[in-house]
Design a protein around this ligand. Sequence first.
Ligand SMILES: [Zn+2]
Length: 483
Amino acid sequence: MKFFVLTVTVLLMLSSVFIFTSCESVSAQENLHADYNITVDVDDAENKVSVSQTTRITNYSDSPVKNLVFAFYPDAFTLKNPLPVDPSMLSAAYPYGINAGGYVFYQANGNDVESATICKTPCKIEIELLSPLKNGDSTDINFDFDLTLPLNNARYGYNDFSINLTFFYPVLCRSVSDDVDPTRFVFYEYESTGDPFVFDCADYELTLNCPRDWAAICSAPEIKSQDGKTIFKADGLRDIALFMSPVAQISTITQNDYTVNVMHDGTREYAAGYALDALQIFSDAFCELPVKTYSLIFTPFMTSGAEFSNAAVICNSLSFTQTEKVVAHEVAHQWWYYLVGSDQVAAPWQDESLAQWSTLLYFDKKNMRPYADALRNQYHISYTDYVSSQRALGETASCDVFRATTDYRDYTDYYVTVYCKAAIAADIAAKSVTTDVFCKALSAYAKQYCLDFAETEDLFKSLDDSVKGLGGALKSSLSVSFY
Ligand SMILES: [Zn+2]
């Protein structure tokens, strides 16, 4: 096993090779396809960002499209709307005091644009076209805007360690066809619970202009660096995320096929080993990833971690054990979020239960079965403690898994249902066959919906297609209370 370490202090992320060979199917081009060209200028003030974005939209559907809908989540951090974090996490998210971010749009137009409505509905940009975009037609939508970042430990903002730019740009909403509307956009306002991001994969090129001595990581591989600018590019990303720091160092470690970058304060290089192990275990179990470079960003963070395409933010104050568990969970989201998209608002259990079960698989495969069993036990205890405490209060605690993030009473209800009960249900389904058979079924699911999108029934059907009754077993274990 080849294993070498290269530590780079305060350098821009090293380039990597983009190989696209792993998925059996690529995103079905039946809907609207977006191709983003984004330029990000960051000045020394650390909280001021200028963005120039052109998004080329191509209509691959049979239905002419007259309107476009984009989600623009910096609007959620202006404090004009409901707080972007759960009340129980306010002090973790805003340790420096609650403060508002802002934005100014200078341009929102295009040759075919009749009108643009910016955030009249929170976080929603509506574009009306002069004439319908027909099958095969493309149009460019231009956005020029400045961001004033909030000071926080959230996924969008800046703190004393890093600048976290995730979902900082207008993202074309996923379009679906149904009986009512041939082109309906799936738009969600920013939700403080869970991950409100439900988007199709798209192509991205991002040009970054930031101070030269800053460390920077982008979830798309770097393809060029010149004149103080760095260009990152990848096709078929679920999102593009950018992390910068005037004080961080980046460690880069390669093992077999995968390279892991760690942005950290000098104390977290070891975590690259966890990510490399997880990438290998899940690649062997499910399928190879299209991009072979993955990044971990250790920063003060309000929760234990958060996933993005080819990258995760990890809280920098976790113990070694917690760090390994969280890294394994976030790496699993490469398969259950990035490769296979699902509706994280309507069905948050779909990717989270598989990421939690994959974490158990990780520890099983690393010959740490007693720790995997301890995690299984923790899921059970968290779930049963919550249910019994609610019953003692005379409350019903249904822990119905099939709820949208908006339907949970509080974060604890969400946590025990999505991260514990749904994970136990996946484990029960796995045990109804064997771990290897369950992995093969998940592998078929990952390949079937690679860089595409799966509804909940698609997951059940895909499992049933692999092993008769397996999807039904998962559905029924999700549906019952174990306590
Ligand atoms: Zn997760």
